[in-house]
Design a protein around this ligand. Structure first.
Ligand code: DP6
Length: 358
């Protein structure tokens, strides 16, 4: 079992220059991470589907520099310098320096782009931090070729977590668990692990993301997580996440889609209930979010087609359904849900399997 100390790079050599490129996907949590302790340790375990189409593609150019007392990097977003992203990257480098002491030896050019529209309200922190972490691990592997594949991916997830918690679930695997859970072998608070006992009912599961509100979030996830400190329902919620993870583990293995729906929708509403009951309190759903939820319930009751929803910390709705009912559900979305989306926009995605080197 890898511990925090194992991720401190100690022996490595030096290179003059190198270039790497990785893409990493977004992910959608089924059991949600909401609340954290020091050092990006989650207050409860979570599990997510890795997405396939919504991703960040990041190229990293590395050049050795003479002094090594500060971080040095240029940041390009869609080919243009992007100063407002730099503090986040600076903070990320500071957090991971202990584990990657070679970072100050190099100047970096980070050139990044997303496959989804920037202002879509889809968080790019998970895919963005995962793609950057993969590139940094490629650098580490170049200066220390002895590291194993297993270590490479576990440390990439460990580093991504320090950038943004949910990013550690965007590295490897179709379904990923992050956080200690008694029933999941090898699970860790430090990095995500692949969960592979998946019934064929969940293979190629679909996620159509309905863009209800593309505006800036009212509350950042970081502030949101913080509101779970001294939250009146926090302890019960953290315990419930463990229970729901036990249940969903069994459900994903047995293929029981009806039970899957109950846990996933309840988790989404619980996440929003936590926001509504914190101090200060927030409502991140919009009227159209509720319209969509009600339409989904009505459609499901009327047709018995197993479609359900989940939510992130925002107003957009992720519509989840088996591949076998794709045609029916897309028709339903076209006929009844598109009208609730901003400018009629939605994104068709499905389960994918993690970061890729380009
Ligand atoms: C609601 O991973 O964005 O999407 O660790 O502060 O970067 P930080 O938070 P972040 O939180 C995501 C919260 C969530 C639920 C989830 O993805 O599990």
């Amino acid at each position: 079992m890898l511990t925090e100390k194992d991720f401190i790079a100690t022996s490595y050599n030096s290179i003059e220059s190198a270039s790497f490129e990785w893409s990493a996907p977004s992910n959608i949590a089924l059991v949600k991470y909401w609340g954290k302790k020091e050092n990006q340790i989650p207050a409860n375990p979570s599990i997510s589907f890795t997405l396939n189409n919504c991703k960040t593609i990041t190229k990293l150019d590395v050049v050795k520099k003479l002094e090594n007392n500060s971080f040095s990097f240029d940041l390009l977003f869609e080919g243009k310098p992007k100063e407002d992203f730099k503090p986040k990257i600076q903070k990320f480098f500071e957090r991971i320096e202990k584990y990657c002491p070679f970072l100050k030896d190099y100047h970096f050019k980070i050139d990044t782009q997303n496959t989804f529209p920037h202002s879509s309200g889809i968080a790019s922190s998970a895919s963005g931090m995962a793609a950057l972490a993969m590139n940094i691990m490629s650098l580490e592997k170049t200066i220390n070729p002895a590291i194993s594949d297993d270590y490479f991916y576990s440390k990439a997830s460990f580093l991504a977590r320090l950038g943004s918690g949910s990013a550690c679930r965007s590295i490897k695997g179709e379904v990923v668990v992050w956080g200690n859970h008694v029933q999941i072998n090898g699970s860790s608070d430090l990095f995500g692990v692949e969960f592979s006992e998946i019934h064929s009912n969940f293979k190629n599961y679909q996620d159509t993301i309905l863009l209800v509100d593309k505006g800036e979030k009212q509350v950042s996830s970081t502030v949101g997580h913080d509101l779970m400190h001294n939250h009146p329902y926090a302890e019960r919620r953290f315990a419930q996440a463990h229970e729901n993870l036990s249940q969903i583990k069994a459900i994903l293995s047995s293929g029981n889609v009806a039970e899957f729906i109950k846990i996933v929708e309840s988790e989404a509403l619980t996440l929003h209930a936590m926001m509504m009951t914190s101090m200060p309190y927030f409502i991140l759903m919009k009227p159209n979010t509720l319209e969509i939820i009600n339409k989904i319930w009505k459609f499901r009751n009327g047709t018995q087609i197993p479609v359900c929803f989940t939510l992130d910390a925002g107003a957009n709705v992720h519509v989840l359904y088996p591949e076998s009912v794709k045609e029916n559900v897309l028709q339903f979305i076209q006929d009844e849900l598109v009208g609730y989306c901003q400018n009629g926009q939605y994104i068709c995605d499905e389960i994918g399997n993690g970061a890729k080197s380009n």
